[in-house]
Design a protein around this ligand. Structure first.
Ligand code: ADP
Ligand code: MG
Length: 440
C-alpha cells in the first residue's frame, strides 16, 4: 500500500470476449468490449464514465472490480494490483469496493426482508451480533432517506427509486472506500432520477467515497462528476476535469455528445452536429481512429479542397463500399418508384449513380474536379457491381490519417487529454500516467 497512490488506478484494461463457432468451439474472433482503458480515481472524487450504449462501460465496471477477469491490464487499489490478490485480500477488496447496478429489482432477493438484505454484507464480513446489525441497518436506512421502520418489509413493497436507496444503504453497510455505480438512475422514473443522483452526491461527500459514476447521458455526468472519461468502442477518447471538458471539448466525439444534450434554451436547439453512420461492432472495430467512420471532423487527405460536409458524405460512401453495404437492387427499386421507369432493365447507370449520390447526401458535382473524377469513377464501378475495384480506388485517392493511424492519447492545449489526430503535435501520455488533471 502506498499513501500517495490514487484510490483506484486502471491501466490499459482490456476485456475481450471470444466468439466461438462449431462443435469444438474454436475461437473465430473477439468482441473487444474494453480495449485498453486507463484512468484513476482519488478518494472523495467522482469520475464520470460516459459513452453510447454498447461502448463497454458496464464491462469496464465489472472487470475493474474483478467480478469478471480482465483479459489484460492492471487495476491498482491503494497502489496494489488487485489481479494479484489472494482470496483473503480479494474478500477485503470486495468489502471496500461496492457496485450499484442499473436495475435495483434484480439486486434483491424477494424472499429476504430489507433488513436482512442490507445486513447481509455485514454478516458475510464477520459481524455476528444481530442486535448491532439491526441498529446499523436502521441508521443506514435513515441516511438514505428511508425509515428505520422499513427494516422488516419486503422488496416488492417498494418502488424502484426506494429500492435503489436501499441498495445504496446495503453498499454503505460495510463502510466502503469506492462505489462503482452503473447507470444507477437510468431505469427509474424521470421524476425521481434527480433525487437518486443527489443522494449519491450527498453520500459521497459525507463518507468521503471515491465514485465511478457510469452513464450514457453526458448531462447527468456534468452535474455529478469531478472528472470525466469519454468512451467510444472500448476506448477512452477524452478525459479531464468535468468543467474543462465541457468548456473546451477536444475530441469531435465529445463535441458531438455535448451538442446532443437537449438544451433548455430553444434558440440553441437544432444547432447540433448530427452523428451519421451506424455504431460499428466491437468485434470488428474500424482501423485507425475508431470514430473515423462517423466523425464530422474527419481529416481530409492532402491535395484536396472539400467542403467538410461533402467530405463526410464521401467518406460515408467509402465506408459502405468497403463493407459492401450498398444494396444495388434496393437502389434500382428506389429509381423505379421515383421515376417513370417501370422495367428494372431500363434503369440507367446515371439514374443509379444519382440515386446513390442523393442517398449519401453527396452534391451533384464536387467542387474539387480531381476529387469529382475519382468519385464518379467509383460510383460507376459500384453500379457495375465492381465493389473491390471501387473500394481500392477510393482508398488510394481519399486516404485519411484517421483511417490509417490510431491516434495517441495526448495532452492538448486545453490542459487535458484526448486521442485525435487533430492534436498530433501535442505531448503523448503514457497509459497509467495520471491524465485526468493538468500539470499545475
Ligand atoms: P455498455 O455498458 O457501455 O452499454 P457493455 O459493457 O454492456 O456496454 O457491452 C460492450 C460490448 O460488449 C457490447 O458489444 C456487448 O454486446 C458486448 N458484451 C458484453 N458482455 C458480453 C459477454 N458476456 N459476452 C459477449 N459480449 C459481451
Ligand atoms: Mg451498461
Amino acid at each position: 500500500m502506498s499513501a500517495d497512490a490514487p484510490l483506484l488506478e486502471v491501466r490499459n484494461l482490456k476485456k475481450h470476449y471470444p466468439i466461438q463457432r462449431g462443435i469444438f468451439g474454436g475461437e473465430v474472433g473477439r468482441i473487444r468490449a474494453v480495449d485498453g482503458v486507463s484512468f484513476s480515481v482519488e478518494r472523495g472524487e467522482t469520475l464520470g464514465l460516459v459513452g453510447e450504449s454498447g461502448c463497454g462501460k458496464s464491462t469496464a465496471a465489472t472487470t475493474m472490480l474483478r467480478l469478471e477477469e480482465p483479459t489484460d491490464g492492471d487495476v491498482l487499489f491503494d497502489g496494489v494490483d488487485i489481479t494479484e490478490y489472494d482470496d483473503r485480500e480479494l474478500k477485503r477488496f470486495r468489502r471496500r469496493a461496492q457496485m450499484i447496478f442499473q436495475d435495483p429489482t434484480s439486486s434483491f432477493d424477494p424472499r429476504m426482508s430489507i433488513g436482512e438484505s442490507v445486513a447481509e454484507p455485514l454478516r458475510i464480513h464477520g459481524m455476528s451480533d444481530g442486535n448491532r446489525r439491526r441498529a446499523i441497518v436502521k441508521d443506514l436506512l435513515e441516511r438514505v432517506g428511508m425509515s428505520g421502520d422499513d427494516i422488516d418489509r419486503y422488496p416488492h413493497e417498494f418502488s424502484g427509486g426506494q429500492k435503489q436507496r436501499i441498495a445504496l444503504a446495503r453498499a454503505l453497510s460495510v463502510n466502503p472506500d469506492l462505489i462503482v455505480a452503473d447507470e444507477p438512475a437510468s431505469a427509474l422514473d424521470v421524476s425521481i432520477q434527480a433525487d437518486i443522483l443527489q443522494l449519491i452526491s450527498d453520500l459521497q461527500e459525507e463518507f468521503g467515497l471515491g465514485v465511478v459514476f457510469i452513464s450514457h447521458d453526458l448531462g447527468v455526468i456534468r452535474d455529478i462528476a469531478d472528472n470525466v472519461a469519454v468512451m467510444y468502442l472500448g476506448e477512452i477518447v477524452e478525459t479531464g476535469p468535468t468543467e474543462q471538458v465541457f468548456d473546451s471539448p477536444q475530441h469531435p466525439y465529445t463535441r458531438a455528445l455535448i451538442d446532443s444534450i437537449p438544451s433548455p434554451n430553444p434558440r440553441e436547439r437544432g444547432m447540433a452536429v448530427e452523428l451519421t453512420g451506424d455504431v460499428p461492432s466491437p468485434a470488428n472495430p474500424p482501423s485507425g481512429c475508431r470514430f473515423h467512420t462517423r466523425c464530422p471532423e474527419v481529416i481530409q487527405p492532402e491535395g484536396y479542397d472539400f467542403e467538410q460536409s461533402a467530405w463526410r458524405s464521401v467518406m460515408n460512401f467509402r465506408t459502405k463500399v468497403t463493407t459492401r453495404q450498398i444494396d444495388l437492387d434496393g437502389i434500382r427499386e428506389f429509381v423505379i418508384a421515383e421515376t417513370d421507369v417501370t422495367d428494372p432493365e431500363d434503369v440507367t447507370h446515371d439514374q443509379m449513380v444519382d440515386a446513390i449520390r442523393s442517398d449519401f447526401d453527396i452534391p451533384d458535382t464536387l467542387s474539387d474536379p480531381e476529387a469529382e473524377s475519382v468519385l464518379s469513377d467509383a460510383l460507376e464501378r459500384v453500379v457495375r457491381d465492381e465493389f473491390d475495384e471501387a473500394s481500392a480506388s477510393l482508398a488510394e485517392a481519399f486516404e485519411t490519417v484517421c483511417a490509417t493511424d490510431s491516434p495517441d492519447m495526448v495532452r492538448t492545449e486545453a490542459g487535458h487529454s484526448a486521442s485525435c489526430h487533430l492534436h498530433d503535435q501535442s505531448v503523448e501520455v503514457e497509459p497509467g500516467e495520471r491524465i485526468a488533471q493538468s500539470d499545475d
